[in-house]
Write a protein that binds this ligand. Sequence first.
Ligand code: PRX
Length: 646
Amino acid sequence: MAKAQDLPIEALLREKRKFPPPREFARRAVVNKASVYTEAARNPVRFWEARARELHWFKPWRKALEWKPPYAKWFLGGKLNVSYNCLDRHVTTSRRTKAALIWEGEPGDTRTLTYWDLYREVQRFAAALKRHGIRKGDRVTIYMPMVPEVAIAMLACARIGAPHSVVFGGFSPESLRDRIHDADSRIVITADGGWRRGATVPLKQNTDDALKECPDVNTVIVLRRTGQPVDMQHGRDIWWDEFVKGVEAKCPAEPMDSEDLLYLLYTSGSTGKPKGIIHTTGGYLTGIAATHRWVFDLREEDVYWCTADVGWVTGHSYVVYGPLANGATTVMYEGTPDFPDKDRFWRIVEKHGVTICYTAPTAIRTFMKWGEAYPKRCDLSSLRLLGTVGEPINPEAWVWYWKVIGNGRCPVVDTWWQTETGQILITPLPGLTTLKPGSATRAFPGIDADVLDERGKPAASGYLVLRKPWPAMLRGIWGDPERFVQQYWSKFENIYFTGDGAKRDDDGYFWLLGRVDDVMNISGHRVSTMEVESALVDHKAVAEAAVIGRPHDIKGQAIAAFVTVKAGVDGTDGLQDELKQHVARKIGALARPDDIIFSAELPKTRSGKIMRRLLRDIAEGRTLGDTTTLADPAVVAALKRQYDED
Ligand code: PRX
C-alpha cells in the first residue's frame, strides 16, 4: 500500500494562481456569505435539518440524527418519497411546463420532457411495475443506455419503494450477473441496445448472457432503442411499450421511511469483489439537493448538464435526483464526445443553451489534446459555471477548462466525493471561494473533513478522513457488514477513512492525491487491482498476475499488468492482446490493461507478498526503491529490463 506522504504533490503546490469569485457572480450567488461555514460548524445537525426542511415530508422526523458509530441514521421517523420530491411538488407550480429533462441521443434525435410529462411517465411505469407484482423492498436491476427511460425507471422504483441497482451499460455480462446475484434481484430493466460512437452496444444480448446463470430473474423489461434484432424469451421478456400498454398514469408515491433503502450501487474496493453501497432516502435526498443547489449555484432558469452516465454515482446524485429535486432542467446525452465529431459536447452546449457544465478531468484532458478549434467553433456564451469530478485535476487542465471553455468568465468547481459519500463533500462554493487550480478547496458547510497521519494526528499530509456523519453517507455494504467496518472504520476509531491521500496548504485547502489503497482510478472510474488480477489468472495461460495503476496523461491512470505465464506457454504479442481482451470481456472495456508485461517471476517479499511499490517504480521508470526485503532481488532487475525493452 502506498503511503500518502509518498505521493507526488510538489507540482501541484507550485501552482500559485488564485481565482476569486467574479464580483457580479458573487453578488447574485445562492450562497455568498462566509458565515454559512461558521454557523454550520457550530451545529451541523441543525444545519442539515434546515436543508431537510426544504424538501417535502409526509411526516416530520422526530430525531435528526442517531449516531452509533459506524452507523448513522438521519431524520428518524420522518416519511417522504424521493419521486414525490422530484416530481409531484413541482407540478403544482409554474414548473409544471418547465423542461425537466432535455435529452439528446447520439444519432442526433432529441426529446424534451416537461415536469408534467415526466410525472405522468413515471407514474405509468410505476403503476405497471406494481401491476406486475413488484413490491416495496424488491431490488430492481437497471442496465440501460442514457435515455429518458432510465430516469423514468429509477424514479418509478423510488416511487413504489423498490430499490434499484443501476449497472453501467459498459459492464460485461459477468459483471452484470454478479451484481444481480449479490442484490438478489428478480427483475431486470434493459434495452435492445444503446448508441456509442456510431455503433450499438448489445445490452439485451449481454443481459441474456448474464441471465444464463440467474435462474431467479423472472422478468426482463426491454426498451426499444436501436431496433437491432434481439431474442425475447417467452414468459420472461417483455417490451417496455407492451409492459405499460393500457396502464393509467396514476400511481401515488409510497410514503417511505427516511431510512428505507433507496438504492444499491456497486463499486470497486480493495478486493476482487465489488461492493453494493447502501443509500437510503431522507438523508440522501437532503445531502444531494442541498449540495446541488449550493455548489452549482442553481437558478431557476439554468440549463444544467452533468455528462456522467447514470451507471455511476454522479449520474444518480447529479444527473437525476439532485437536479430534479431542485426543479432544475437537466440535460442527458447518450453517446461519446467525438461522435460524429470532436465538437459534440460544445454543439450540445450551444444547441440547448447549457449554463452549467459538470464533467470529468479525463474528458477535459482529452479535449485539450484535440485542440481549441473544436470548442472555438461553437457558441459557448451561455455557460456561467463549470465543474469537475472523479479524479484529481491537474492545474493545466483546470486552467484550460477555465480559459477555453469558460472564456475566463466561469468559476470552476472541483468537487471531491465518492460513491460512498453520496453527495459532494469537498468543494468550492462558487460565489464565495477563491479558487486554486488543482485544489478541491474546502469542506462543504456542515462537513468535518481532516487529514491525519498514520497515528491519527492531524497533519499537513496524510489520509483524508471525515470525522462526523453527513446525511447522504452510505449506510453499509449490502450483505457484508464486516467489510463495511473493515474498509472504512478500522483505520481510525469512529472516523470514516476515505481511502484517499490528501495534503492541506496554509489556507487549509485540500489537495487530493489519489487513492492510497489497491484501487485504481481509470478515467475517473474505480477499478480494483484485485479485480483485474483475478480476471487475468482466470485465463488458462496465466499462472500469476500483479496489477498496478501507472500515471497516464489523459486517463489519469492506466492499468499495467505484470503476468507470469504457465510452463510451456510463450509470452507473445498475440497473447498480450488476448489477455487485454479477456479482461475487457470479464469486467468491461474500462478495465482493459494498457500494458501487459510478461515476467518469469514477480517480485515478492520472503513472506510471499507481491511488492507493488517496486512494480510501480518499474512502470513509472523511477530508480528502484528499497529491494532488500525481496526474496530474490534479481527478479526486479530482470523485470525492469523487460519493461524498458517493451
Ligand atoms: O479518489 C477519489 C476520486 O474518486 C474516488 C471516488 O470514486 P467513485 O466512488 O467512483 O466516485 C466518483 C465520483 C464521485 C475518490 O475516492 N475523486 C473523486 N472526485 C475527486 C477525486 N479525486 C480528486 N479530486 C476530485 N474532485
